[in-house]
Design a protein around this ligand. Structure first.
Ligand code: PSV
Ligand code: MN
Ligand code: MN
Length: 412
C-alpha cells in the first residue's frame, strides 16, 4: 500500500462496489467519518504509570502549553481531534484565557474540564462525601472553580469522576454519603449555564476496594436524572466488571436521553487505560452500532442524544510512546466507527422480526468483518491528511524536535 490514495485504487473500487450492492450509502458514510471528532486527554501526553513506577520519557510536555502543542499535532495528522480535555489542577495555569488562545492559535480548542478531587491529602477519606464539612466545602469549591474555568475557555462540559469510596464494611455510611454526593453535584449543577453540561462518570472500584460512591451506571444515571437536563452520564469503557454488556448500557442511556460522553480505552483486567480497541475491537464496534441505530431512531430526542455524545479518549501510557499511542487509539476508534456504518439497519430489523437469531447476528458481524482501510484512506485524503497518520508521525521529525524537552516533563 502506498502513501497516496485515489478513488481509482483497486481496493477502494472493490470496497465501494460491494457496499453499494449491500445498500450502503458510501458518500454519507464518508461524511459521517469526516465529522467524527474524538477529544484527546491532556494527561495522555504526560508521564504516567502504575502504582509501581512512573517511567520518565524523553520529550514529554513540560507545561500545559506543550501538552496542547502535542494534541494540536495529533489533530494536524488526523483531522479528528479538534479539542483536548484538561484536568485541574494538573493543567492549572494562571491565565486560562491565554491557554485557550494558545490552543486556538494551534488550530484546536480546549474541551471538557475535569476537576481532580483525588490527589490531595485532604481527600484521603473522600471529597464531596467526606464526613468533615470543611473538606466537603473545599471539594465543592473546586467543582465551582472548574465551572468557572469552563466558562472562561468556552467549554461546554465539566467531566466528573470521584474516587470517593471505602475499603471495609462499616467504614462509612453509604446512605449518608449518597446524600452528600447529591448535594455536591447539585451545587455544581446550579452553577452551570444553560448551555453547559456535567458528565457523571462511574467506576466499580479503585482506588477504593470495598465500595465506591458512584459505582455503576445506575447510580450515575439516578443522580443525573434527579439533577435535570444539564446532567448526563459518561461511560468509560474500562470501568465495568468483566463481562459487562457495555453496548446494552449505552443503548439504555441513549434511550433515556442521558448518555453525554465516553472515555475510550481498552482493558484486559481492570481499569487498564490501554490504547482504545487494542484488545476489544468488537466491543467498541458494538457500542458504535448502538449509537448508529439510535441516531436513526424515529424519536427526535433520542436521535439528538445519540448525535450529541462527546467522544473522548482516556488513556495513560506506562511504557508506550505518548503521541503514537494516542494516534493508534484514534485510528482504532475511526476503524470501528467506520465498520458500524456498514450495518444494514433494514436487514437487521427484518431478521429481528422474523426471530432469525443467526440471521440477525450475521447482519451485525458481517459489517465488522469488512476491511475499511480503503474507506478511511478516502476520508483522510479528502480531509487533506495523511492516509496513515501513525506512519506520517514517524516520518515527521516531530519526535526529534520534542526530544529537546529532555526527560522529567509533566506527570499526568
Ligand atoms: C478514573 O479512573 C478516570 O477514568 C477518570 O476519568 C479520571 O479523570 C482519569 O481516569 C484520570 O486518569
Ligand atoms: Mn475516565
Ligand atoms: Mn479510569
Amino acid at each position: 500500500m502506498t502513501n497516496q490514495f485515489t478513488r481509482s485504487d483497486k481496493a477502494y473500487q472493490v470496497f465501494e462496489e460491494e457496499q453499494i450492492s449491500r445498500g450502503i450509502d458510501i458518500d454519507q458514510a464518508v461524511e459521517q467519518i469526516k465529522a467524527l471528532q474524538i477529544e484527546t486527554p491532556s494527561w495522555g501526553y504526560g508521564d504516567s504509570g502504575t502504582r509501581f513506577k512512573v517511567f520518565q520519557q524523553e520529550g514529554v510536555p513540560r507545561s500545559p502549553f506543550e501538552k496542547i502543542d502535542d494534541a494540536a499535532f495529533v489533530h494536524e495528522l488526523t483531522g479528528a481531534c479538534s479539542s483536548v480535555a484538561i484536568h485541574i489542577p494538573w493543567d492549572h495555569v494562571d491565565n486560562f484565557a491565554e491557554l485557550k488562545d494558545h490552543a486556538q492559535a494551534k488550530g484546536i480548542g480546549l474541551g471538557a474540564v475535569n476537576p481532580n478531587l483525588f490527589q490531595e491529602d485532604i481527600y484521603k477519606f473522600g471529597s464531596v462525601t467526606n464526613t468533615d464539612p470543611d473538606v466537603r466545602k473545599r471539594a465543592v469549591d473546586h467543582l465551582l472553580e472548574c465551572a468557572d474555568i469552563a466558562k472562561t475557555i468556552g467549554s461546554r462540559d465539566v467531566s466528573l469522576w470521584f474516587a470517593d469510596g471505602s475499603n471495609y464494611p462499616g467504614q462509612v455510611d453509604f446512605r449518608q454519603r449518597k446524600h452528600w454526593m447529591y448535594e455536591g453535584l447539585k451545587a455544581l449543577y446550579e452553577a452551570l449555564d444553560e448551555n453547559q453540561r456535567m458528565l457523571i462518570e462511574y467506576k466499580f472500584f479503585e482506588p477504593a476496594f470495598y465500595h465506591t460512591d458512584l459505582a455503576d451506571w445506575g447510580m450515575a444515571f439516578n443522580m443525573a436524572n434527579k439533577l435535570g437536563g444539564k446532567a448526563q452520564v459518561l461511560v468509560d469503557t474500562g470501568h465495568h466488571a468483566q463481562g459487562t454488556n457495555i453496548e446494552h448500557i449505552v443503548a439504555y442511556l441513549i434511550d433515556e436521553e442521558k448518555l453525554g460522553g465516553f472515555h475510550f480505552n481498552s482493558r484486559k483486567y481492570a481499569d487498564d487505560d490501554l490504547i482504545a480497541a487494542s484488545l476489544d475491537p468488537y466491543e467498541l464496534f458494538l457500542i458504535f452500532n448502538q449509537i448508529q441505530l439510535a441516531s436513526a431512531d424515529t424519536n427526535p430526542d433520542v436521535q439528538k442524544t445519540a448525535k450529541d455524545i462527546a467522544f473522548m479518549l482516556d488513556q495513560s501510557h506506562n511504557v508506550e510512546k505518548k503521541i503514537p499511542a494516542v494516534l493508534r487509539s484514534i485510528m482504532n476508534v475511526q476503524t470501528q466507527f467506520a465498520k458500524s456504518l456498514l450495518v444494514n439497519h433494514q436487514a437487521l430489523a427484518e431478521k429481528q422480526v422474523q426471530q432469525d437469531v443467526l440471521g440477525a447476528e450475521q447482519v451485525v458481524r458481517e459489517a465488522y468483518e469488512f476491511d475499511v482501510r480503503p474507506l478511511l484512506h478516502r476520508v483522510r485524503e479528502e480531509l487533506g491528511r495523511p492516509i496513515d497518520p501513525y506512519k506520517a508521525y514517524e516520518q515527521s521529525g516531530y519526535e526529534a524536535n520534542i526530544s529537546s524537552r529532555g526527560k522529567g516533563g509533566m506527570s499526568w
